[in-house]
Design a protein around this ligand. Sequence first.
Ligand code: FES
Length: 107
Amino acid sequence: MTFIEPDGTRREVEAPVGLSVLEIARRNDIDIEGACEGSLACSTCHVIVEPEDFERLAEASEDEEDMLDLAFGLTETSRLGCQIVMSEELDGLTVRLPDVTRNMLLD
Ligand code: FES
């Protein structure tokens, strides 16, 4: 799968089936906070899925939607990285990291 960092850098990384996008980011030193360790109690693992990939994902649960509402820079294709679990179908997934720093400065 590929992560696009806020400055536009693309990082292609191994995405083992069964790991969440948050876990994959951690393994590869990609900067996603994930403060609650995947227990759906924060929104710091927010990622923006590329529109052409978004339809391939399973729908977000209601709890995920609720947390997403609190995320900075929410978009139509926003998801929580800890809730996207890699499968064969998601091979080649591309997600963008939201520009959190900029959002905080504007606040
Ligand atoms: S790590 Fe907190 S909701 Fe994903």
